[in-house]
Design a protein around this ligand. Structure first.
Ligand code: ZN
Length: 164
């Protein structure tokens, strides 16, 4: 496994629509393994392939118990609304307020091509929407409505440390 470089907002790869995965081969598995290592190293919640310069419909999420891999994901159904802050490994240090559904049902393929369904709520529902947007060339600040101030970010960071 190897760490991949996480591209930032300015990179064109983040603003392009990604193509479906058609080959569930060793190359895909290496990409997924590298993305997992990169996500854990960056201490993030999710990472999409275009963020490491690969324009394919692949993302991973850390759901707290481990890494979930979603290939060719499609959101099938959403419910409710949540309003909260969001960040992105491609826009380090920024946090914006974004409204998202509070519940999401999606289907995706695993690393061997088998289809499965996944239902998520709260943070993971937010994550699935954020990462799916990446695969369509969208960055979350396009739909965010307010940037958090430095004071708010500081407050949030110290609250996080108290939780840990
Ligand atoms: Zn992101």
């Amino acid at each position: 496994m190897a760490l991949r470089k996480i591209l930032t907002f300015e990179d064109r790869a983040l603003h392009k629509v990604c193509r479906p995965v058609t080959k569930f081969d060793e190359k895909l598995h290496t990409l997924l393994d590298d993305m997992a290592e990169t996500l854990i190293d960056a201490n993030g919640a999710g990472l999409a392939a275009p963020q490491v310069g690969i324009l394919r419909r692949v993302f991973i999420m850390d759901n707290g118990d481990g890494i979930v891999e979603l290939i060719n994901p499609e959101i099938l159904e959403t419910k409710g609304e949540q309003d909260g802050m969001e960040g992105c490994l491609s826009l380090p240090g920024d946090f914006w307020m974004v409204k998202r559904p509070s519940w999401v049902k999606a289907k995706a393929q695993d690393r061997n091509g088998a289809w499965f369904e996944i239902e998520c709520e709260d943070l993971m529902a937010r994550c699935i929407c954020h990462e799916t947007d990446h695969l369509n060339g969208h960055v979350y600040t396009e739909i965010a409505y307010r940037k958090l101030s430095d004071e708010e970010i500081e407050e949030m960071m110290s609250a996080k440390q108290e939780e840990a």
